[in-house]
Design a protein around this ligand. Sequence first.
Ligand code: NAD
Ligand code: WQD
Length: 342
Amino acid sequence: MAILITGGAGYIGSHTCLQLLEMGHDIVVVDNLSNSQLESIHRVKNISGKVFPFINADIRNGNEMRSIFQQHSISAVVHFAGLKSVGESNESPLQYYDNNVAGSLTLLEVMSEFNVKTIVFSSSATVYGDPATLPIKEDFPLSATNPYGRTKLMVEDILRDLHRSDNTWRIALLRYFNPIGAHVSGLIGENPNGIPNNLLPYVAQVAVGRLPKLRVFGNDYATHDGTGIRDYIHVMDLADGHVDAINYLVKHQALITVNLGTGQGYSVLDVVNAFSKASEKEIPFEILPRRHGDVAINYADPQHAKNLFGWSAKRDLEQMCADAWKWQSINPNGFSAQASTD
Ligand code: NAD
Ligand code: WQD
């Protein structure tokens, strides 16, 4: 029996594939490579020394998904496939609802047809909107401020309804905080298209000389240095959380909702300093006005994951920056071999 990983060529998916293989699971990966490259799959195979099927297909294509379930004996699905840019979702909402919501529906329909009823879903801390108090617990009110966030809420709702209608489904809604870092080998990592939207890949590209300077969005928040605070979590800790969630669902017929964060917040300037230390590079920056839609502070209460399946984040900010820098410095242009000016 194998675990189907949708979006397994992407950033979090590729790291999770490695950890699942490491723990002895068989996997099958499906990805349409819309935001990733086949090279990441080659590298996962090289690092793990294992082979597994990769299918270049779109989760919205029911027939292609059916053929995957016909050809492979699938016991569970870890569902990463989707689009993730908040800004792009404001510009192209239909594309986001189609990929993230319609895509998930097609996947769930095919799973039902094949009586595969175990799924781990990539949700996001974005479903908490602007929380009234901190740290954020799983029972806090949910809201969305952009189409991307709404797609995550909608899929969560669909999965809750599905479980209510048939409690033999085993479902984990994993709400990630801010994943950063890379595998310690430096062979796989985050590989954004074009100019990065997120802080860490932007800082990494400044350090490696691809971008001239960081733009810090606001230094007038009520935080220790005025810049926004987030709960950055090492992508390998996140990957471990998926392995633990799968193991939990094998033993328990339940729907669980779990924050995956460290519980520790760092400001933009804390991250800049940590990255500068890890890379031994100066990170020039300028202060710009606040970015529309940003909250001041966001960090998790990760206690529920610890209570449910004994998971907690192990790697600190220093390690996150060291591993991200290793990936960025070995692969200045990500998975593309040629120098690029984007
Ligand atoms: P990513 O873009 O690197 O990975 C997503 C993968 O899904 C890509 O390889 C892409 O090609 C694939 N994909 C997209 N649409 C598809 C489709 N219709 N059919 C098949 N494959 C498709 O993103 P990531 O950072 O690895 O995120 C993985 C998941 O986690 C996403 O659902 C994202 O919304 C969620 N998430 C990410 C973050 C974050 O900050 N990275 C935070 C919270 C939640
Ligand atoms: C972090 C901090 C910025 C870039 C987003 C999504 C969220 C989730 C994770 C998917 C903030 C500041 C950033 C830059 C900066 N993704 N910043 N200059 O906004 O917390 O979360 O990614 O689910 O849904 O919204 O992450 O990395 O963009 O920003 O000053 O060039 O860095 O203002 O304080 P965010 P981020």
